[in-house]
Design a binder for this molecule. Structure first.
Ligand code: NAG
Ligand code: NAG
Ligand code: NAG
Ligand code: NAG
Ligand code: NAG
Ligand code: NAG
Ligand code: NAG
Ligand code: NAG
Length: 838
């Protein structure tokens, strides 16, 4: 035998094996048109591998799946209801043929059976357009893997297939599966609902456990993709071992489960997403219970979110909160009674051949087991059941239009599957308040619900806590969850607590959810646009530590209530009073030789600007304005110039006038006639005015804002900083005058003490000179409020220097040594001097 022949033979044997007769009629209903139904009544992840013979798996020996039987009953119910109410398909009897696919291991054989003709023969034909297989449409199967397998075969003949719970997005590909439709939302929506749930409760640190099969891999991948987009981090992902047949636990599997549960125990994440068929979870949850794991929020995928058998493990309630994603509940009247009804003798069937029967169309324990779960199944509502129900109705509606039915009759013509498929794509009807039509991808847009597992018998075991609508992609109708913890608080699952305002995140490791919180430094702030870096404040603004904004810096200038101001003000007042006193004394003793030798009327020329300058000291205090800046920069220096030029001209007169009178009588007469001293003073004052005015014109006198390098919280409002160049220029004129005055004074140092003010002039001039230079130096290296204070201090000290340094000693003589303030005394002094010279 050639290999191909052997294959054909095997196939034939298979089909024969399937047609072994059996008594149970739950799986079969004769009718004018048959629907195929594929359900998982028994489950085993992988079939037992037969190496020495080929056999259809004996599903009966596997664990029974209550939900699968429930769904099968839904299909029977729908068909019976359609047959009962003649308005949809009047005069037409719908039949069915249902097979247990054993989760996956028996998924090919039933499909071949459905594709074959009544005589179990599947001919090879040029054109199948007129081929009539055993069934007109197939409902199911439930899981992605077997649905894919079936769809590959059914699509070849364009035999319509409607699955009620296979969510894989791969099945949306209508190039590969043109005849596959779904009454369930795709995986993308299921995962989206999960992610929205996490966002709702602020969880961003989750554990993902997936099964090692296609379901786990595919949905695990989808989930991690969507989580990354929402800033939720996966603490770790583990693959659950798939159980052996009969759920026996091997040594390796056990170790693996212990390790995984141990890891859950250690992790700081409290949210566990379980993407796995229910089969793989029994052993896992037993291990969870053995290790007393608590405080977890379990998020269930649709594959086990309403599984009554897992729910019956009531100790699970101590491990935390169970939340699951499932199809919305659409109550189907009378279904819960039907679920546990024994099959009745159907309506009299047209006398054809005796109903064919196959293996895997039997389930001895199904009804009894379902009865024992009846309460919980009733309470959990019609969720996937409605998917099956609507799938059957969709086929019925398609038949209705294909057969051209009116209220009383249908034309019972032959139904070709590909024609039925065309009608199925077009159906649009309302069923129990839901609009049923298939979108471009062949999916039915039905809502999802998030349910919480409850164990209080009074309530629904799967209580709805939120609703997900596929078009809005949002959760709605959110009701409070009863968290299984002492204070019923929302469990926290965050790698790091969110930072306080004004703290930046410093990432730890690779996860964006794990970070340290660091305060922003003063002078920087946190803008929402960047959580990881503090941004520096703009110029002239400042911020406190850990701030989210900057404020304008405090403007600082000299104020009256500050200690330096008070000290200087007191000094200035004292200076003013003493200068006034000096003025009065000089006025009083105007005719005495002491006053005359001090310069006579010129003394008043010196004292008046001094008084004015003292009075003007307040321009240094308060917010600088253009006017006060102008005063600061010109008034004082002008006063000084007047004083210094007076002193200089007096020194000149004392020392040189006699010599000038002797040697240059002409010049002397001019000097006397034109009041030489006053001309001299006026000239230098005018020169100074020119310099000051030029200075003011070239630089602005508008007050400027400067930052203080020593104290960043403040800003200094000061007069133009470029003023120091002007200061140097104006000071240089005074310096020249001082040097000249000093030279004269030095030349006259042998003069009698009454005339000899050299040391006082030297003192004042040196002080003036040094203080001006140091002020300029200080201003060039430092720009603080201290500059203003120093400027003011230097000014006041200079004024005091002239007032007290020059006039003080003379007053002292006038008041305390009146005997020396007589013309006689002066004459004697001069005579003494002349004699010493001779
Ligand atoms: C169909 O009609 C029969 C007989 O009237 C009734 O017993 C059965 O409950 C009906 N089934 C459904 C699903 O309505
Ligand atoms: C779990 O708790 C039970 C009783 O509270 C205790 O006997 C058992 O040793 C605990 N198991 C573990 C793994 O801690
Ligand atoms: C049904 O078929 C059997 C044999 O195949 C025959 O004996 C019987 O009379 C038929 N009944 C009707 C109602 O045609
Ligand atoms: C639920 O589990 C308990 C014990 O674990 C068992 O006695 C009971 O029969 C189970 N319920 C169902 C409906 O199987
Ligand atoms: C329904 O269609 C049949 C033939 O297809 C026709 O005889 C009958 O009158 C129609 N009934 C109604 C109510 O239109
Ligand atoms: C289905 O019918 C409803 C109501 O008749 C209508 O609003 C909706 O647009 C229809 N959908 C499609 C896809 O034709
Ligand atoms: C529950 O609340 C009480 C008081 O409100 C508090 O003392 C206790 O720490 C809370 N327990 C938990 C687990 O949050
Ligand atoms: C924060 O950043 C955004 C975008 O980069 C920018 O538009 C905004 O002006 C910034 N806010 C502040 C206070 O700097």
């Amino acid at each position: 035998m050639r290999p191909q022949d052997r294959a054909v033979c095997s196939l034939f044997l298979l089909l024969l094996a399937l047609t072994k007769p059996t008594k149970n009629s739950d799986f079969h209903l004769a009718g004018d048109y048959l629907l195929g139904g594929l359900f998982t009544l028994h489950a085993n992840v992988k079939g037992i591998v037969h190496l020495n013979y080929l056999q259809v798996p004996k599903c009966k020996e596997y664990e029974m799946k209550v939900l699968g039987y429930n769904l099968m009953q839904a299909m029977r119910f729908a068909v019976e209801e359609i047959n009962n109410h003649s308005s949809l398909l009047p005069g037409v009897l719908l039949g069915y043929e249902m097979v247990d696919i054993c989760y996956i291991s028996n998924s090919i054989q039933p499909v071949l059976y459905f594709l074959a003709r009544e005589d179990s023969f599947l001919p090879i034909q040029d054109d199948y357009s007129n081929y009539v297989p055993r069934v007109v449409a197939v409902i199911g199967p439930d899981n992605t893997e077997s649905t894919g397998m079936a769809a590959h075969l059914l699509s070849l003949l364009l035999l319509p297939q409607i699955t009620y719970s296979a969510i894989s997005d791969e099945l949306r590909d209508k190039q590969r599966f043109p005849s596959l439709l779904r009454t369930v939302l795709g995986a993308e929506h299921h995962i989206k609902a999960m992610v929205l749930l996490m966002l709702q409760y602020g969880w961003n640190w989750v554990i993902v456990l997936v099964s090692g099969d296609e379901y786990g891999r595919e949905n695990g991948y989808l989930l991690s993709e969507q989580l990354a987009g929402e800033g939720i981090c996966v603490a770790f992902q583990e693959t659950l071992p798939m159980p052996q047949p009969n759920l026996a636990l091997t040594e390796f599997e056990h170790e693996r489960l212990v390790a995984i549960v141990d890891k859950l125990q250690q992790s700081s994440a409290r949210i566990v997403v379980l993407l796995s068929p229910d089969l793989a979870l029994h052993n896992f949850f037993r291990e969870v219970l053995r290790q007393n794991l608590t405080g977890i929020v379990w998020i269930a995928s649709e594959s086990w979110s309403i599984d009554p058998v897992l729910h019956n493990l009531t100790e699970l309630r101590h491990t935390g909160t169970f939340l699951g994603i499932t199809t919305e509940n659409v109550p189907i009247p009378h279904f819960s009674k039907f679920r546990v009804r024994r099959a009745q003798a159907g309506p009299p069937t047209p006398n054809k051949t005796s109903p064919p029967a196959t293996c895997n169309q039997e389930c001895d324990t199904c009804l009894d087991t379902t009865k024992s779960f009846s309460t919980i199944l009733t309470l959990s509502g019609e969720r996937v059941v409605y998917n099956v129900y609507s799938a059957v109705y969709a086929v019925a509606h398609a038949l209705h239009s294909l057969l051209g039915c009116n209220e009383t009759s249908c034309s019972k013509e032959v139904v070709y599957p590909w024609k039925l498929l065309q009608e199925l794509w077009k159906v649009n009807f309302s069923l129990l308040g839901r609009q049923i039509f298939f979108n471009k991808q062949g999916d039915l847009a039905i809502g999802l619900e998030i349910v919480q597992w409850r164990w209080d018998t009074s309530q629904s075991p799967f209580q709805s806590i939120a609703f997900y609508h596929p078009t809005q992609r949002q959760l709605s109708n959110i009701s409070p969850v009863s968290w299984n913890n002492p204070n019923n608080t929302i469990p926290l699952s965050m790698c790091s607590r969110s930072c306080q305002a004004g703290q930046r995140k410093k990432p730890i490791g690779l996860h964006p959810c794990c970070f340290e919180c660091l305060d922003c430094l003063p002078g920087t702030f946190l803008n929402q646009s960047d959580e990881f870096d503090c941004q520096p404040c703009p110029n002239f603004e400042w911020s406190h530590k850990s701030s989210t904004f900057c404020y304008k810096r405090r403007t600082v200038f000299l104020e009256w209530d500050e200690a330096p101001t008070i000290v200087v003000a007191v000094l200035a007042a004292l200076g003013f009073l003493s200068t006034l006193a000096i003025l009065v004394i000089f006025w009083r003793y105007f005719q005495t030789p002491m006053v005359r030798s001090a310069g006579g009327p010129m003394c008043f020329l010196m004292l008046t600007p001094l008084l004015v300058a003292y009075l003007a000291v307040p321009v240094y205090v308060g917010r600088p304005t253009v006017l006060t800046c102008l005063c600061r920069q010109s008034l004082f220096t002008l006063c000084f110039t007047v004083c210094i030029s007076c002193i200089t001209v007096r020194s000149f007169q004392i020392v040189c006038v006699f010599k000038m009178a002797l040697r240059l009588p002409q010049a002397y007469s001019y000097w006397v006639r034109y009041h030489g001293p006053y001309v001299f003073v006026a000239f230098f004052t005018a020169l100074k005015v020119v310099i000051v005015v030029g200075n003011v014109l070239t630089t602005t006198t508008i007050p400027t804002i400067l930052s203080d390098p020593g104290n960043p919280k403040i800003m200094i409002l000061s007069c133009n900083p470029n003023y120091r160049q002007g200061l140097l220029l104006t000071t240089s004129l005074d310096v020249v005058l001082s040097v000249v005055g000093f030279s004269f004074a030095y030349m006259g140092k042998e003069l009698p003490t009454n005339y000899n003010e050299a040391k006082f002039i030297t003192l004042s001039m040196t002080f003036y000179f040094i203080s001006s230079i140091s002020l300029c130096t200080f201003m060039s290296v430092y720009q603080g409020v201290l500059v203003t204070i120093l400027d003011l201090l230097v000014t006041v000290f200079n004024l005091l220097g002239i007032s007290l340094g020059y006039f003080g000693p003379k007053c002292y003589m006038i008041l305390f040594y009146p005997e020396r303030n007589t013309p006689a005394y002066f004459n004697s002094m001069i005579q003494g001097y002349t004699m010493r010279k001779d």
